[in-house]
Write a protein that binds this ligand. Structure first.
Ligand code: ADP
Length: 455
């Protein structure tokens, strides 16, 4: 069942139940009022008759019957019977009908003084009337023609009203449910046209206020993130294949050169040397790509624990010095925070070491003196590692783009590298809820600052 039909059905059921309860209540209350009103009228009739009979001594019973039948208040099928203390019938308003009554009923009236019952279709009341120490029992019965026809009319009106009311409710329910769900149908249609090819398409955000507009806005956010991820992946694949193609093309041309004519041993050696260095570059690149892919894939699952950032700085320095002994990393020992706890951050030692290795390596690689200055500082909220060099620096435009995968500034093209390290570092620092910023002047040097929040 569609949501529209379900809402319409629930709405109709609720309104129909209210209408039915209301109609039944109105009918019951009206029927009760009618009965009570009619019993009152019967009682008045009974009292008037017995009063005439007992108080007006000379009243002619035939005259009383005529009065009974012809008063304005005379009732349909009206019968009034008066009995004395010995249950003898002393007056009957009708002669032409056989009158049934039971002694038990008369006794009940004497006991209860006032009885209201049905006698077939008719209402019947019994009254005990005391006059000059004499007890009379009056039975009065009649058919409430007027009241019952009014009640039948009311029943008919309520019945038809109910049918019409429920019908209108169902129609309105379907209409309004359809109206209020229309934006969802529109969104549905728009969503069904979005595929991997047109991830840039966005849903109509309507008034940007109601729940459906907010759903569309959230969906658009998800689309935006998906689009970014797709774009990143696309550019990664195209960059990676481009980067792989260059050394492969170099390899091929070296081999072609080697095959073109017979070579001397020295020429062979030169070709093989070139092949070797190109293969090394290829291996380096493949390793970097593999590292990038693995880091992005596994970094989310790495454990994050309280770690001392100064320890990681020393480890990274030692590792880099072992691999590249010509590099120099000068740590500003004087200003290292005194207390051990001041340098504690929540993070993953291995990932943070990779970041620092990359930053130290870059600082040394891109400066003639191959020297990086490292400073550790801390405040109440975060710990900072500042890595500076007096190297080639970069322009403002490069500064904006160096964290993109494979981006390399023009002045860095003469140095080894693939433009992958910083993009990984930025992602890893992001994962640590920290920031990685850079300040640089072309030809003067660069300063990279890693800020990590304390535990
Ligand atoms: P790679 O160094 O292998 O090219 P990175 O991702 O580490 O890759 O760096 C991206 C680019 O940022 C570099 O190519 C270079 O243009 C610039 N860069 C990074 N560090 C420095 C630095 N210390 N001084 C000048 N330029 C830098």
């Amino acid at each position: 069942m569609t949501i529209r039909n379900r809402i319409a059905l629930q709405f109709s059921l609720i309104v129909a139940s209210i209408l039915i309860i209301f109609s039944v209540l109105v009918y019951i209350v009206s029927a009760t009022y009618r009965r009570e009103e009619f019993y009152d009228r019967l009682k008045n009739k009974a009292r008037t008759t017995v009063r005439f009979l007992t108080e007006v001594k000379e009243v002619d019973r035939e005259l009383l019957k005529i009065i009974d039948h012809n008063t304005l208040t005379s009732l349909f099928e009206e019968k009034v019977l008066v009995f004395d203390a010995q249950n003898r019938l002393i007056y009957a308003s009708v002669d032409d009908q056989v009158i049934h009554y039971q002694t038990a009923l008369l006794n009940e009236v004497r006991n209860q003084k006032d009885v209201e019952i049905y006698s077939g279709q008719n209402e019947l009341i019994g009254l005990l009337y005391r006059q000059n120490d004499r007890d009379f029992v009056v039975l009065a019965s009649a058919y409430d023609q007027f009241g019952r026809s009014k009640l039948a009319n009311l029943q008919l009106t309520l019945g038809w009203g109910l049918v019409a009311g429920i019908g209108i409710t169902i129609c309105l329910g379907i209409f309004f449910a359809g109206q209020s769900l229309q934006p969802i149908s529109q969104i549905n249609q728009q969503v069904s046209t979005i595929t991997a090819r047109n991830l840039q398409q966005r849903l109509d955000e309507g008034n940007r206020q109601d729940e459906i507009a907010r759903l569309a806005m959230n969906f658009n956010d998800v689309l935006e993130r998906l689009y970014q991820a797709f774009e990143q992946q696309r550019s990664f694949v195209s960059h990676a294949s481009h980067e792989l193609r260059t050394p492969l093309a170099a390899l091929k041309s070296e081999i072609q050169l080697g095959l073109r004519r017979p070579l001397t041993v020295a020429e062979h050696e030169a070709v093989l040397q070139n092949l070797m260095s190109d293969t090394d570059r290829l291996i380096d690149l493949t390793n970097s790509l593999l590292f990038l892919a693995r880091t992005l894939e596994t970094s989310n699952q790495m454990p994050f624990l309280p770690v001392r950032i100064d320890d990681i700085v020393f480890t990274a320095k030692d590792e880099l010095m072992d691999a590249k002994p010509t590099y120099r990393i000068e740590i500003d020992y004087k200003n290292i925070p005194d207390s051990e706890t001041e340098t504690i951050v929540k993070g993953n030692e291995e990932l943070l070491k990779q970041v620092l290795l990359n930053l130290f390596d870059n600082a040394c690689k891109y400066s003639d003196d191959h020297t990086a200055q490292v400073k550790i500082s801390t405040d109440a909220t975060q710990c900072q590692i500042i890595i500076s060099d007096q190297g080639i620096g970069m322009t403002d435009a490069d500064r904006q783009r160096i964290f993109e995968p494979f981006y390399r500034a023009q002045n860095a093209l003469g140095y080894e590298g693939f433009g992958i390290g910083l993009s990984i570092s930025a992602k890893l620092i992001d994962l640590h809820q920290g920031t990685l910023t850079v300040d640089s002047t072309p030809g003067m040097g660069s300063t990279f600052t890693v800020s990590l929040p304390h535990v």
